[in-house]
Design a protein around this ligand. Structure first.
Ligand SMILES: [Zn+2]
Length: 187
């Protein structure tokens, strides 16, 4: 645990009651609470993670990472598919529409809209199941089997199912989204 040395006022990790920065001995009750970035020398640059360090709980910070992964994972395969199909000038309008929907959903999810969490959980659950079903269909079809296609279906389906599980059940994600919702102005 990081604490503040009562002698040199540095935030340090104490071992055996001796400050590793100045060597001054102090008992646990004499030490102050660490201010983390309060004393960090930033040379006037803004500290990106100051809010996270000082205001968010460990659970919210963990939820932030998981939510970031989810917001990236939801549009990623659709975006890749759209990019490739546009490059070959064969746009798949259904996938393009899906990409826009995924980007819209990820945006609202990140800013903690309560409905976005459930819409996201439902959408990813549906997409995951549909992807696995599609993989089985491709696997069972008599036409030449495309291993890459099947693997892509299975991998992205599992990712979507993981997203659904995290959104629906993870207390970390829930707490972060509540925090985000409180700290986002209406728009
Ligand atoms: Zn010290």
């Amino acid at each position: 645990m990081i604490q503040k040395c009562p002698h040199c006022k540095t935030d340090v990790i104490f071992s055996r009651n001796i400050c590793p920065a100045c060597g001054h001995p102090s008992r646990d009750e004499e030490r102050g609470e660490a201010t983390y970035l309060g004393e960090a020398k930033t040379d006037g640059r803004p500290v990106y993670n100051q809010v996270m360090e000082t205001q968010m709980t460990a659970r919210q910070r963990n939820g932030r990472i998981v939510t970031g992964l989810i917001c990236g994972a939801i549009p990623a395969p659709l975006l890749a598919y759209s990019a490739v199909s546009l490059f070959w000038l064969r746009p798949d309008w259904l996938v393009l529409l899906g990409t826009m929907y995924a980007a819209w959903l990820a945006y609202h999810l990140w800013y903690g809209r309560p409905w976005a969490r459930w819409l996201g959980a439902g959408s990813t659950l549906l997409a995951g199941c549909a992807g696995l079903f599609e993989a089985v269909v491709v696997l069972r079809s008599e036409v030449a089997m495309n291993a890459v296609q099947i693997m892509a279906y299975v991998v992205f389906s599992l990712v979507y199912l993981w997203c659904a599980g995290q959104l629906a059940r993870s207390p970390d994600v829930k707490e972060f989204l509540v925090y985000q919702f409180k700290h986002t102005p209406d728009f």
